[in-house]
Write a protein that binds this ligand. Structure first.
Ligand SMILES: *Cc1c(COP(=O)(O)O)cnc(C)c1O
Length: 384
């Protein structure tokens, strides 16, 4: 064994001991209703981010197939070279219209969006204030920018205000970063208050609505729900929209700046035309069907009500169990009963808060939601 293999094995052993080793399990979606086959077993998934079931929607599948037939399988180059397929213009116009911003720009993924956008807007000599629970790719983008990064306690607007009073003058520019709907907790950011604080302290506000677009605000997302207009609204096309990619909605000037400066846009290959075409179909459904967008929250609320949990604000319901081993055990119990709910462990969530993260979708059957709550009550909550 070479030195690198020894290093890898030692690291893996350490993770294994703490029940933090991760592995990939083959999981094939088998149609609507969040049905999957994992390791040969048919399960109903309650851990996908395909909140509206659009990844399996006939309109998205047809749009993707047609784009492949007409334009091929891959884009071949960056958008700045020859990858800027005309379908992008349609998608970006629809995103800007839905978010009521002047313009929008699509990136290769949500992750690429955040690592590209933040360094394009701030740099050394500037300050970023970020909610401590912000997604890994927001943190990566913030570090990559070279700006000073200061974290505020989760959703704590008083602390944000105090930190701005202390640190705003250290930086030329100041960017406040938060998620609209928090990915592992399902709670919403107090965006109306944060936007007010941003304004009074001459700071720019960027929201990550990866888990908001398609559900709150009648599907328009968390900023619409709060009635505010952040300077930069990013999100993904890979979750509720049912396809793949990331986007930013902002003013025309900001979008033009990103085209000239965001390295993950300039130096990465454009999306395959099929992903852009499917995203157009997904955004059309979100824009035209508020009933569809309301269903994930209705399912989450039915589940929470059955278990006497606090009323959810989004399609995500966490059940915090504490130790990674407990989360893994609970996940195995549910798999026994035909449900796929993956255990979420540190460092995805803070130490001591390993959990099951249930996510509810428009195409779940209510009978399955209620059977799940029954199993959780009998086999997980009762034994604790
Ligand atoms: C999933 C996620 C992303 C990344 O989006 P992808 O399109 O999957 O790369 C960014 N931010 C948050 C909060 C997310 O949950």
């Amino acid at each position: 064994m070479g030195a690198l293999d020894e290093f890898a094995c030692a690291k893996l052993d350490q993770a294994e001991e703490r029940a933090l080793r991760r592995s990939l399990a083959d999981t094939a979606a088998t149609g609507p209703g969040q049905r999957v086959v994992r390791d040969g077993r048919a399960l109903i998934s309650f851990c996908s981010n395909d909140y509206l079931g659009l990844a399996q929607h006939p309109a998205l599948k047809a749009a993707a197939k047609q784009a492949i037939d007409e334009h091929g399988a891959g884009a071949g180059a960056s958008r700045l070279v020859t990858g800027n397929h005309p379908l992008y213009r349609t998608l970006e116009a629809k995103l800007a219209a839905l978010k009521q911003t002047e313009a929008a720009i699509v990136f290769g993924s949500g992750y690429l969006t955040n690592v590209g956008v933040i360094p394009a807007l701030v740099g050394p000599g500037d300050v970023i204030l970020a909610d401590e629970l912000s997604h890994s790719c927001l943190m990566s983008g913030a570090r990559l920018s070279g700006a000073r990064l200061v974290l505020f306690r989760h959703n704590d607007v008083d602390e944000l205000r105090a930190l701005l009073n202390a640190h705003r003058s250290d930086g030329r520019h100041c960017l406040i970063v938060t998620e609209g709907v928090f990915s592992m907790d399902g709670d919403l950011a107090p965006l109306a208050e944060i936007a007010e604080v941003a304004k009074t302290h001459d700071a720019w506000l960027m929201t990550d609505d990866a888990h908001g677009f398609g559900v709150p605000g009648g599907g328009r997302g968390s900023a619409a729900e709060a009635g505010v207009k952040p300077d930069v609204q990013m999100g993904t096309l890979s979750k509720a929209v049912g396809s793949y990619g990331g986007y930013v909605c902002a003013s025309r000037a900001v979008i033009d700046l990103l085209v000239s400066r965001a390295r993950s846009l300039i130096y990465a290959t454009a999306l395959p035309p099929s992903a852009v075409a499917a995203a157009i179909a997904g955004v059309d459904l979100i824009a035209s069907d508020p009933t569809l967008c309301a269903r994930p929250l209705a399912h989450a609320r039915a589940f929470a009500r059955a278990l006497d949990l606090p009323a959810p604000q989004s399609s995500i319901v966490p059940l915090i169990l504490g130790r990674p081993e407990d989360a893994l055990d609970a996940s195995r119990v549910l798999e026994d009963e035909g449900f796929l709910v993956v255990a979420i462990r540190p460092p995805t969530v803070p130490e001591g808060t390993a959990r099951l993260r249930f996510s509810f979708a428009a195409d779940h059957a209510i009978e399955d939601v209620l059977r799940l709550s029954d199993v959780v009550a009998r086999r997980i909550l009762k034994s604790r």
